[in-house]
Ligand binder design. Structure first.
Ligand code: ATP
Ligand code: MG
Length: 585
């Protein structure tokens, strides 16, 4: 697996993690909390740390976020603006009689108003929930009902198409505020004008005195393995989001940072807003969708220093070809990281080929609220590995014993479940309306993540697959990720998903769905060639028995391959919850 080690990024901040072991030993979350807030005040507010604290530190006039639109118009928002706008929004909530603790949601694209609402709601002691703007009425209804949302901020267009048809099913939704896109005819009935209310509100607000354990955020999971779950995070999440923005993303005040995740998913809030603002950086927010040329232009023209993106995007850039990457220059770029899905070693190495530096994989989940396992900027990168536990996080690979307890797996060869010892500050506080599921996520003093991995003798984690996705064939446990990574080394393969299909003798057999790079034709000869390549590298038991070519693999809107859907289609089973399937409404 670890064929090559990529040595640490030159110039990365050596004082952070140059000595990983001693950094781990020295680390203490209560000290991180003090470093973040500058005091040991028992009150803590996630939005206050992201904005007001930065203004206190002299950043009022510094750009906090630059929004880019299709025509390359830039809208800059300073830390001072963010403070005023979030205060205004907090006052709007109070003036509308929304009580502390109630849930406020947005259904918006990547616009400044989303940031004002998110930060204002949290400052006011409310729970904030960002809903992905491409959701259709049904998934919206489920989420608004489950979250008991009392106020929604959206646009006229989204409201008319998606919310108006379900409004009568949402008795708890008291207010809807409409953000202008400049094209409105008339305010829809039962809604109010966002800008008008904001203009009438004071821009001074004394942040509500919240505590570490109060809920601040509600996120819905990606729905990769089943029906999306509502996950709550508390104000204390900011402690871990801040620490990891420094330790893992290596963010420093004044730097330009681009997180490509949409705020509709946890990454877009934790690392597209909160964590990086607590580090005093300038965020880049692109309002457009993925486009290789546009992305390269942003990296170059906006002089991005640190870039956090996802494997699907990286693989699509690889598919578009390195020649395109090289048309531009990125002298300011010094650190690149990835999250959301397994990052194939091939993609890590492509980073070196295309940008002169590797992508640093990071692992976490909505439930963990912050990065838990990572390749650090100041440490060597093992391509294909997710890296090591973040200081302050105790992570292990465990297996269940016959007595119903857990046992740490000592052998680096043995696969087990990723387990985290509760105690890190951003651990989720509930699954909405599913306390039983929450309880079952913990066993024997550990949180069980539902992902399988190996852990080597140096503490590096190697992803094997989701517990639901792992394939058992002729007594072997086959990692879909390992098979996919090997197939990716074939020059014709752009993306691939591997599942297990029933086999009368072996129990399960491996089947691969392959998306080809441009210029390749999916015929029998190519199929045989890829099959031969896989057999040579993986052996006959692990290599796919069947390969089918596919124009596009089913993905979640957050860019993850939905293997469960491929499996369901294969077996003729019900397709399950498809609310997060890309291309659906
Ligand atoms: P659902 O829980 O609804 O099925 P989801 O698990 O995809 O959806 P998220 O919380 O957004 O929802 O994603 C977390 C999961 O993403 C992890 O449990 C893991 O399976 C996968 N993941 C995230 N980062 C990595 C990574 N670096 N390598 C491998 N897998 C990753
Ligand atoms: Mg999950």
């Amino acid at each position: 697996m670890a064929e090559r080690t990529l040595h640490k990024t030159p110039g990365s901040l050596e004082h952070y993690l140059s000595d990983y072991e001693s950094a781990r030993q020295r680390f203490d979350w209560s000290e991180s909390r003090r470093a973040l807030t500058g005091s040991s005040d028992p009150h803590l507010n996630l939005a206050h740390e992201a904005v007001d604290r930065q203004v206190e530190r002299g950043r009022a006039d510094q750009i906090a976020a630059r929004f880019l639109d299709r025509e390359w118009r830039r809208v800059d928002v300073t830390y001072g603006d963010l403070q005023r706008h979030s205060n205004q929004f907090a006052n709007v909530l109070r003036s509308l009689g929304i009580a502390r603790g109630a849930t406020i949601a947005t259904l918006l694209g990547r616009v400044p108003e989303l940031f004002s609402a998110a930060l204002g709601a949290v400052k006011a002691g409310n729970v904030f929930c960002s809903l992905f703007s491409a959701f259709g009425p049904d998934p919206l209804k489920t989420r608004l009902q489950l979250g008991h949302v009392q106020l929604l901020v959206t646009t006229e267009n989204l409201y008319r198409r998606k919310v108006a048809p379900i409004r009568s099913d949402l008795p708890e939704l008291r207010s809807v505020l409409i953000v202008s896109e400049g094209t409105e005819r008339k305010l829809p009935e039962g809604t109010s004008d966002f800008a008008c209310l904001m203009d009438g509100a004071s821009d001074a607000y004394q942040t509500t005195l919240t505590r570490d354990t109060d809920v601040a955020l509600l996120h819905f999971t990606s729905g990769t393995t089943g029906k999306p779950k509502g996950v709550t995070l508390t104000h204390a999440a900011v402690i871990a989001q801040h620490a990891t923005s420094q330790l893992v993303l290596d963010l420093h005040p004044g730097e330009v940072y681009w997180c490509t995740a949409d705020p509709g998913w946890v990454t877009g809030i934790a690392y597209g807003l909160i964590g990086p603002l607590t580090c005093g950086v300038q965020l880049i927010v692109d309002r457009e969708e993925f486009d290789p040329q546009r992305w390269y232009q942003i990296l170059e023209e906006e002089r991005v220093n640190v870039w956090y993106t996802a494997p699907t995007a990286i693989r699509m850039l690889m598919k578009a070809g390195t020649a395109l990457t090289r048309e531009r220059h990125y002298p300011q770029l010094r650190h690149m990281a990835s999250v959301g899905e397994p990052l194939n070693g091939e993609a890590v190495l492509w980073g070196v080929e295309a940008f002169g530096m590797p992508f640093h994989d990071t692992w976490w989940q909505t439930e963990t609220g912050a990065i838990m396992i990572a390749n650090f900027a100041a440490c060597d990168v093992l391509p294909g590995s997710m890296g090591r536990a973040v200081p302050g996080v105790e992570a292990q690979v465990v297996r269940r014993t016959a007595q119903g307890t857990l046992e740490v797996v000592e052998s680096p060869e043995q696969v087990g479940e990723i387990a985290l010892r509760p105690g890190w500050p951003s651990m989720f506080s509930s699954y909405l309306e599913d306390p039983e599921r929450y309880r079952q996520s913990f066993l024997d003093g550990w949180y069980l993540a539902g992902d399988l991995a190996r852990r080597d003798n140096e503490g590096y984690f190697w992803f094997v697959g989701r517990a639901d996705d792992v394939i058992k064939s002729a007594g072997h446990l086959i990692s879909p990720f390992e098979v996919e990574s090997t197939l990716m080394t074939h020059p014709a393969v752009a993306q691939v998903a591997v599942i297990g299909v029933p086999d009368p003798i072996a129990g399960q057999a491996v089947k691969a769905f392959v998306e080809l790079r441009s210029g390749f034709e999916g015929n029998d000869a190519l199929r045989r060639q890829i099959m031969g390549h896989a057999r040579r590298l993986l052996g006959a038991v692990v290599a796919p028995r069947e390969i089918v070519f596919s124009d596009s693999l089913p993905r979640t809107r957050s860019g993850k391959i939905m293997r469960r859907l491929l499996r369901a289609r294969e077996l003729g089973l019900p397709e399950g919850d498809l609310s997060t399937l890309e291309g659906r409404e």
